[in-house]
Design a protein around this ligand. Structure first.
Ligand code: MRU
Length: 364
């Protein structure tokens, strides 16, 4: 998607061959590009959230393997790199999916053939992500079109949580792709953007990307969604996911579950944009089986922003000595999900429906 008229992906190879990413820690105030030169850079970038969002974490890990293969293509280096990168963030399944995919492709090859093959597969994973998200957009567009028709063309109001936009993927985003496609189709769409404490991905990233593309939006505090739904101000919710189980339970940024409960109580459709690499076919009960990342207390006790002099600073908002719990994700049970917007169409959040949509991926 475009920043100031120039097209960017969230990760790319520079003409010199270096892997570069947008360092998202500085957005929306500064656009900084980071070059990831070795395995440690890739691990730091994922763990410390220079890059974040399930699909982008997977794509970054794939390139991390490629960079390491150019340095040392041995079996031991392949295994160790996958181990180091896998340990960075536990919840988004795309990380494991991408590392497994790189291992599947590289393991049978002679070491001297691995670097080139690794770069090729990493580029392929990126291109596939873009196409998957484009397809999600086209299927999601039909949902928005239907709502717009029912409202006789009046504004369609979408609520979204966290950032499941293009900075969370290689391009298009998952939850934002239907919105971009709807805007392109001339539908009047407005987005209510949850700020998404503690890291404020909504305020810092979703609001930024929507603004960059001229999409009508308002930032709201995390607790406002239920109130807006009660007053008929939300037509549908679209969120992303870090891991969706074989029966359709959806793990996503902390706070998603509360939005789903409020949506159910108010008869608002709750959709999840779901690329197939985000399905974990090995788990059923998301609440019991998905590991939830616990992050540092400082993300809760402090807030980052820009001061009047334009410096990006972090300020403390709680008393000295107050501890904090920082569970980064929660699980929305399948029964609260109206539909999963996948690259193969809108699928019910039910085990049979998911397996029927992805017979080539679901275990037999
Ligand atoms: O902690 P983050 O910013 O990596 O969490 C991101 C989310 O929860 C997204 O909604 C999810 O990864 C889907 S991204 C298309």
């Amino acid at each position: 998607m475009k920043i100031n008229g120039k097209h960017y992906r969230a990760i790319w190879r520079a003409p010199c061959g270096a892997v570069q990413v947008i360092d998202q820690r500085w957005l929306p105030h500064e656009l900084r590009i980071a070059t990831l030169a070795n395995r440690q850079d890739f691990a730091d970038a994922i763990r410390d959230m220079w890059v974040r969002g399930a699909p982008l974490i997977g794509a970054t890990a794939a390139y991390g393997v490629a960079v390491q293969m150019a340095e040392d293509p041995s079996d031991a280096a392949l295994d160790e790199t996958c181990e180091v990168l896998h340990a960075t963030r536990p919840t988004a399944i795309n990380l494991k999916w991408a590392l497994d995919e790189m291992t599947r492709v590289l393991r049978p090859l002679a070491p001297e053939a691995r670097a080139e093959a690794a770069y090729k597969r990493a580029a392929g994973i990126c291109d596939e992500d873009v196409e998957i998200n484009r397809q999600i957009g086209l299927h999601g567009l039909e949902i928005i079109r239907e709502i717009a028709a029912k409202k006789a063309g009046a504004r369609v109001n979408v609520l979204t949580h966290c950032n499941a936009g293009w900075p969370a993927t290689v391009d298009w985003g998952t939850a934002t792709s239907p919105i971009y496609h709807a805007v392109e189709a001339g539908i009047d769409v407005h987005v209510f953007v949850d700020e998404t404490r503690p890291r404020n991905q909504g305020a810092q990233l979703t609001a930024w990307e929507l603004k960059s593309h001229g999409v009508s939006h308002d930032l709201i505090v995390d607790n406002a969604g239920g109130h807006l739904m009660q007053h008929g101000e939300i037509d549908l919710v679209i969120v992303g996911t870090d891991r969706t189980t074989a029966r359709g339970d959806v793990c996503n940024k902390i706070g998603t579950y509360l939005k789903a409960l409020a949506a159910k109580a108010n008869g608002v459709p709750f959709y999840v944009a779901l690329p197939s690499p985000t399905i974990d076919w090995t788990v059923q009960d998301g609440v019991k089986e998905i590991p939830i990342e616990e992050r540092g207390a400082e993300e809760v006790t402090h807030v980052q922003g820009r001061d009047p002099e334009g410096r990006i600073i972090s300020v403390q908002i709680s008393p000295d000595g107050t501890g904090a719990r920082n569970s980064a994700f929660d699980v929305t049970p399948a029964e609260l999900v109206t539909g999963l917007i996948t690259e193969r169409g809108v699928v019910a959040a039910e085990p049979q429906a998911l397996a029927a949509a992805f017979p080539d991926l679901a275990p037999q």
